[in-house]
Design a protein around this ligand. Structure first.
Ligand SMILES: CC(C)(COP(=O)(O)OP(=O)(O)OC[C@H]1O[C@@H](n2cnc3c(N)ncnc32)[C@H](O)[C@@H]1OP(=O)(O)O)[C@@H](O)C(=O)NCCC(=O)NCCS
Length: 151
């Protein structure tokens, strides 16, 4: 059974082994969550991590164009073997619910213009282009657009 919940200290090893081999990145996001600057959502298949999404809470930086006072989903990711089973959609839905529960009325995210699979997922979930144009995202090494959804 798939569950989605905020990261716990014991998840870092499983996230590194089963989702992305980047323990320092997972730990940095867990620290952002402890600092209440983000929520690091983990999808688990029974006890095994299979995906994650970082919900960043405003105020956010200005490393790329984004909407003011708007939380943002970053690095929605599902382990390759677990894709096309609705887990990405579920993580996104939980991120939206968590933002709404914190009294935010819209949710933003940057997506690579060539990432057709992710674009389809976001459009199905009700995200539309925010009109901020295309921009280069250094960390992701890709040209992105900014999408937004009213909550
Ligand atoms: C983008 C990503 C997060 C999607 O995760 P996912 O768990 O596969 O997403 P979903 O299962 O919700 O949707 C993916 C597809 O599976 C289909 N699907 C969902 N549930 C399904 C089910 N029960 N049975 C069959 N197909 C299903 C969806 O219709 C969708 O189809 P499409 O690709 O034709 O649009 C994943 O592919 C990924 O990690 N990619 C690499 C990282 C990335 O690009 N992240 C986005 C950054 S902006």
């Amino acid at each position: 059974m798939i569950t989605v919940r905020p990261v716990k200290p014991g998840d870092i090893e499983g996230l590194s082994r089963h989702v992305k081999p980047t323990p320092l990145l997972h730990e940095a996001r867990a620290q952002l969550q402890r600092d209440e600057r983000a929520l690091y959502l983990v999808a688990l298949d029974d006890e095994t991590p299979v995906g994650h999404a970082l919900l960043k809470l405003p105020p956010l930086g200005n490393e790329h164009p984004r909407l003011a006072h708007t939380p943002e989903v970053e690095d929605l990711f599902v382990a390759a073997a677990s894709r096309s089973a609705g887990i990405g959609t579920r993580l996104l839905r939980e991120a939206a619910a968590a933002a709404r529960a914190r009294d935010h009325h819209r949710l933003g995210l940057a997506v690579g213009v060539e990432n057709g699979g992710a674009l389809r997922l976001y459009e199905r979930a009700g995200f539309t282009d925010s009109g901020l144009g295309e921009f280069w995202v250094e960390g992701a090494h890709e040209v992105c657009r900014y999408l937004v959804k009213a909550l």
